[in-house]
Design a protein around this ligand. Structure first.
Ligand SMILES: Nc1ncnc2c1ncn2[C@@H]1O[C@H](COP(=O)(O)OP(=O)(O)OP(=O)(O)O)[C@@H](O)[C@H]1O
Length: 238
């Protein structure tokens, strides 16, 4: 079997002096969707930030596309093919939609890529010259995803993409994520909603206080109501 696209092996990390991650492992195969779950505060966001390099791994190893990136500078990681949409989206409200979309690029935008994204996100096309801060939370989330896709990543990392978004747009954003995955881009997604995670993911990883407590196919997690209750405090969704 070929190596996974992203392989996080037994990483540890601190925020200030606080040890937040002690033993996190997860793999994202090429073209797969992996959902990262866990109660509030277990370290999901810190895990993603360690992959992106804005938090340093104090132990363990992070590999991407066959390269050891554990100590690679954060600013060099996106260029390897990792797109990241942080929690809270990271949109610049006073810049226009078009300016936000092009923000992560190092050179001129590829017109075919930009055009393809605007066809997929017609709400963004209609608002290209508008300041991003005037859009709804769901539209800003679409913009953040489109911005990450402008760099044509092999892996898209999304931190709670539907958090705080009105229900009508939640379904639309979930559909976009499924489409992105179907187009062959691997997705690593932090998702609070267990039902949505089980529906979209090929693999599920559940964290508990700074470590990986479960990693496997959604069906295995779904079959273990006791484990789901212990790790997530919820029942199995119907
Ligand atoms: N700057 C900081 N210094 C020390 N501890 C922090 C800091 N920021 C966050 N923490 C703690 O680190 C832990 C992990 O936080 P993290 O945001 O990674 O968790 P999470 O699983 O993503 O949570 P949520 O679902 O609430 O976003 C939490 O217990 C949090 O209180």
């Amino acid at each position: 079997m070929s190596a996974p696209l992203l392989e996080v092996r037994s990483i540890a990390a601190r925020l200030g002096r606080v040890p937040v991650l002690s033993d996190v492992s997860l793999s994202v195969p090429a073209r797969a969707v992996v959902a990262l779950l866990g109660r509030n505060g277990v370290g999901k966001t810190t895990t993603l930030r360690t992959v992106m390099g804005t938090v340093a791994a104090t132990d363990g190893r992070i590999g991407f596309a066959g390269q050891d990136i554990t100590r690679l500078a954060a600013y060099r990681r996106p260029a390897l093919g990792i797109g990241y949409v942080p929690q809270g989206r990271g949109i610049f409200p006073l810049l226009t939609v078009r300016e936000n979309m092009r923000l992560g690029l190092r050179g001129a935008p590829d017109p075919t890529v930009e055009e393809g994204l605007l066809s997929r996100f017609p709400r963004l096309r209609e608002r290209l010259a508008q300041k991003a801060g005037t859009m709804s939370g769901g539209e800003q989330q679409m913009l953040a995803i489109a911005r990450a896709l402008m760099t044509q990543p092999k892996l898209l990392i999304l931190d709670e993409p539907t958090e705080g978004i009105m229900p009508r747009l939640v379904a639309e954003i979930r559909r976009f994520i499924a489409e992105i995955a179907a187009s062959g881009i691997a997705v690593l997604l932090v998702e609070q909603n267990l039902k949505a995670a089980l529906a979209i993911a090929d693999h599920v990883v559940v964290m508990e206080r700074g470590r990986t407590a479960f990693a496997g196919p959604p069906g295995t997690l779904r079959a273990d109501a006791d484990l789901v209750h212990r790790l997530l405090g919820v029942g199995i969704p119907t």
